[in-house]
Write a protein that binds this ligand. Sequence first.
Ligand SMILES: Cc1cc2nc3c(=O)[nH]c(=O)nc-3n(C[C@H](O)[C@H](O)[C@H](O)COP(=O)(O)OP(=O)(O)OC[C@H]3O[C@@H](n4cnc5c(N)ncnc54)[C@H](O)[C@@H]3O)c2cc1C
Length: 804
Amino acid sequence: MKSHVQVAVIGGGVVGCSVLYHLTKFGWRDVVLIERAELTAGSTWHAAGGFHTLNADTNMAALQGYTIRLYKELEEISGQSCGLHHVGGLTIATTPERMDFLKAARAMHRHMGLDTEIVGVEEVGRLCPVINTDGIVGALYDPLDGHLDPSGTTHAYAKAARMQGAEIYQHNKVEELVPQPDGSWDVVTEQGTIRAEHVVNAGGLWAREVGAMAGVYLPLQPMEHQYLVSDDIPDVYRRDDELPHMMDPAGGTYFRQEGRGLVIGIYEQDCDPWSVDGTPWDFGLELLPDNLDRIADSLEAAYRRYPCLETAGIKKVINGPFTFAPDGNPLVGPVPGLRNYWSACAVMAGFSQGGGVGLTLAEWMVEGEPSRDVFAMDVARFGDWCTHAYTVAKVRENYQRRFAISYPNEELPAGRPLHTTPAYGIWKGQGAVFGAAYGMEHVNYFARTSDERIETPSFRRSNAFDAVGEECRAVRTAVGINEIHNFGKYEVTGPGAEAWLDRIMAGRLPKQGRISLTPMLAESGRLIGDFTIMRLAPERFQLTASYAAQAYHMRWFARHLPARGVTLRNVSRERLGFQIAGPRARALLDRVTGADVSNEALPFLSVREMQVGGIDAIVARISYTGDLGYEIYVSADREVPLYEALAAAGKDLGLRPFGMRAMMSLRLEKGFGAWMREYKPDYTPMETGLDRFVDFGKSDFVGRAAALAERDDPPPRRLCTFVVDAADADAVAWEPIWKDGAVVGFVTSGGYAHHVEKSVALGFVPTAMIAEGATFEIELLGEMRKATLFRQPLFDPRAERLRG
Ligand SMILES: Cc1cc2nc3c(=O)[nH]c(=O)nc-3n(C[C@H](O)[C@H](O)[C@H](O)COP(=O)(O)OP(=O)(O)OC[C@H]3O[C@@H](n4cnc5c(N)ncnc54)[C@H](O)[C@@H]3O)c2cc1C
């Protein structure tokens, strides 16, 4: 065994072996994998081996496509068979809602290069003759679906890695991880200690324990999962072709051919988290006892759907545990708060995702950043707010919803409310309907009637439509109030604050009392943040950005923070407050402060510290509604008194609370982008129009070379605003944009803009096609809708309201 290595990968399941292989593929040869038992000894050995590309996140789906296409290459390099069966797969729909869901997925696949197609009932029966088609209304066919041999595939990764210099130490448990001052780790194993520059936690079922060795909690939980293998069935083995994979979401089952019989797997509602308090180290290559009672309902449904099962016996039942994160996607990347400790765990579909996880991690470690936005599987999408109780509740919910339709307006209840602000009770008393992000509750809208108390999940306009419309109109005609707790907020102070911010932000820093907007770039020039910077004093700044990106941004800040001279604090949950927005916002502010808030004293993009309702506050003249507006920040314990002061003073001004649904509608008609929709690490400043905030004259900032290169050679696509001839469904995201019968772009977000009374979409199209009034088509739920391009904001195009 080596005593010093560049990377020690802990865990020899399919994921650890894929990471090892990809590190060698990217040229790192001094890499080892340490396995406590033998390769595949965790979840991997008993997997059903199915693979598919479907994922709600487009980049995750693309990485699943990468994984599936990789197997051939792996077989060629290693000479080891992966046991591939590329049989194609069908996801069936038994309701119109499911059909809408599949059509939306199909539309999304068009610009991702996935060749899925919608097929009718007859085609379903033709492709899968053993199915009973009763109640089926259609299906989505994916030619990439198939299955493989889990053990052969894992060994193929391992062999290919070994052939390029990697070493694998089996029967050697990692017992302790000791951080060293230079950022490396002492990996204490049963066979001795290895000094590793980097460690990768690919511990699968034991990833929580391997996290605890470094003092971190990784939010994942194993679940029991059962599948059955049938005896031989003549209807199956007498066919020439192998049957396709079948997913019956309504029945909660998946199905495929296994030799001369069938495999039926079940995601049951009555599901069981496994080993909630930790995975025992002595859990070996063993299965859990069957529990057919738990899956009886789904089995009955499966027997009705595939009648040939009725005459077949069951050869074996597999019940094994595998891990999930709270949202079902993997936990990948540098673990916030640690140096050189990488996560590659919570991979619930190792044979669909393992290759993409290995590729992403290798890019990140070797090249410094992944080649695409991987926030959907970034370990930093969960912060220290994510408790174990929350994880277990969400994992259970996720397992139950494995086949559920995901509606764009849906809010899932498990584990909530987790975090609330002092204003929560006020909103509740006013009929608020809540959503949550990054563990924090926020108001979506205020229900006016009992019918509006729960928003109906839908791809079409929901029952909240009118309530949201009223809130939008209140903002545009009087004044609205909305909580600003769900911004990530950071305080940066000290003699080195200005120089540091100037280096990590691409834009110009504001003068004292002013506000600037700036992108933050990776070295590659891609967007990793969209910040508002307020300068409160020469050496004191407040930054605001996405609430959900806190751990992501803090990880980046930590990487760049100098040893001294700068103090950085995440004040997201201690600094709360409200924005007031609309034509009467100034009149309202004037009533609750002694300070001069005239346009001359407090113009657009200025910031002052003042008393508001007798409370020390930071008041920023800015509003994401695109209207005359102010953000008022106070310490958390003063939030309720601030509300009371504003509410009392605003009564006769028509003050009305509004939620995030209205907020998103208002920003759309102003053409303002949102983080992780229009602005994310897949896009650049020029593509998104954020180049207007980049200070190209600055001598140095992270990403400068790439930003300059882009300025000199502009990108071929740009973000635009479209007005869509929609009926009862608006664009959401990822819908293809067509021109002359070809897909030329895609939507980043959309919705109904209530004030201008138009259905609006933001999206990318080729620069050459951009012209005022140019027409396109956007595919909404399988229907082509005319979309007209507008180069000016639909609301307040001359920014008179914003600046007036
Ligand atoms: C019944 C069932 C059916 C499934 N069907 C499918 C399917 O059809 N398709 C699909 O894609 N996925 C399927 N899965 C899920 C799949 O098995 C997992 O996604 C995959 O195996 C995860 O691999 P992994 O490498 O992350 O974890 P694991 O396989 O759990 O590997 C982790 C490894 O780390 C080792 N290890 C842990 N701690 C230490 C330590 N301290 N020192 C040294 N070694 C350590 C363990 O011994 C183990 O070998 C199924 C799972 C189950 C249970």
